[in-house]
Design a binder for this molecule. Structure first.
Ligand code: ADP
Length: 341
């Protein structure tokens, strides 16, 4: 369904040349859910923008559903883009239009008659589970419902490919799960090819069949998701895999700490994450159970990531200490522990 050969995208900026995508070869099968993961600046957005013809490659072939998007123009490009849909992190809905009107919008542009539009919109509303919300405005919906509208709108013209640009990054974990379940359901029912870009490995693990890992514009590793999880080869892939498997390691750290740690000392807990995880770290530092006597908390961000440091005194009641440790265990970020005299 999608084949990229030697794809390169270079931007000219005031400060010189930026190679956002550097000689990528990829092929994605019909009906597959394919994930592209990388940190911020890796080139994911540029790649996905080339997949729907929003960006023209500097070099290479971008073949989607039988057309080389690097070469087609005008009417042919518009036709090609009808077969490729996209959903976004911040939904990109029309705020002054209702749910039904948002979903009908691409049909209106395609010149579909009113009665057919209404019929199709009803089907789509059912498909994404928004029954009863058709006349609401986006501002009256939850984040998950807004993304359901985004998905329904993206499916309106029966596309062959659905591109998802960090589609769950603005949602809480529970809502993320329900949207990912919906994508799997749609993939199965419609045999739709889905390409998603993300910086979150749990998204890849939950729904993707295969994954490509991007770093500095290049695909540094790719393969079946299960294999990549079992045997990550590149350091960056190991880091992503650790993002998902870390809670167990954190649990071990905490248990070790409990066994070893004499009451009354101050421990320094440092939560380590990527730059993108800074909001998560800030939030967990804020929500840390206060009873444990937080002496000092601070957040810092460096080029390599974000750190949240807490100095805590584990001299509370046992239940309070347990509560704090339970809280730490639940966190999805890496934890380093140091003791202070
Ligand atoms: P990601 O989506 O993985 O965060 P991007 O594709 O947005 O990565 O960016 C990759 C690199 O290309 C970055 O260094 C970014 O600054 C640069 N870049 C992206 N778009 C443009 C543009 N329109 N002009 C100049 N540089 C750009």
């Amino acid at each position: 369904m999608i084949s990229l050969q030697g794809v390169k995208k270079v931007f000219k900026t005031k400060n010189g040349i930026v190679t956002a995508v550097d000689n990528i070869d990829l092929s994605i099968n019909q009906g597959e859910i394919f994930g592209v993961i990388g940190y911020s600046g890796a080139g994911k957005s540029t790649l996905i923008r080339m997949l729907n013809g929003l960006e023209t490659p500097t070099d290479g072939v971008v073949d989607v559903a039988g057309r080389n998007l690097a070469k087609v123009k005008g009417k042919e490009l518009r036709e090609a883009r009808q077969e490729i849909s996209m959903i976004f992190q911040h939904f990109n809905l029309l705020w002054s239009r209702t749910v039904k009107e948002n979903i009908a919008f691409p049909l209106e542009i395609a010149g579909v008659s009113r009665s057919e539009r209404n019929k199709r919109v009803d089907e789509l509303i059912k498909l994404v589970g928004l029954e009863g919300r058709g006349d609401s405005y986006p501002s009256q919906l939850s984040g998950g419902q807004k993304q359901r509208v985004g998905i329904a709108r993206a499916l309106a013209n029966n596309p062959k490919v659905l591109l998802c640009d960090e589609a769950t990054s603005a949602l809480d974990p529970q809502t993320t799960d329900s949207i990912l379940d919906l994508l799997v359901d749609i993939n199965k029912r419609l045999s739709l090819t889905i390409v998603l870009i993300t910086h979150e490995m749990h998204v890849i693990r939950k729904i993707c069949h295969r994954v490509a890992v991007m770093e500095n514009g290049k695909v540094v590793e790719q393969g079946d998701v299960l294999n990549v999880f079992r045997k990550p080869e590149q350091p960056i892939t190991k880091r992503f895999v650790k993002q998902v498997t870390e809670p167990e390691d954190t649990q071990e750290t905490v248990e070790h700490l409990l066994a070893e740690f004499p009451q009354g000392k101050v421990i320094q807990l440092t939560f380590v994450g990527t730059s993108a995880e800074q909001p998560l770290i800030t939030n967990l530092i804020r929500r840390f159970p206060i009873e444990v006597n937080i002496l000092q908390g601070k957040i810092s961000q460096t080029q390599n990531g974000a750190y949240g440091t807490l100095f805590v005194h584990l001299d509370g009641e046992e239940t309070q200490v347990q509560e704090a440790l339970r809280f730490i265990r639940e966190q999805q970020v890496e934890l380093e522990v140091m003791t202070h005299a």
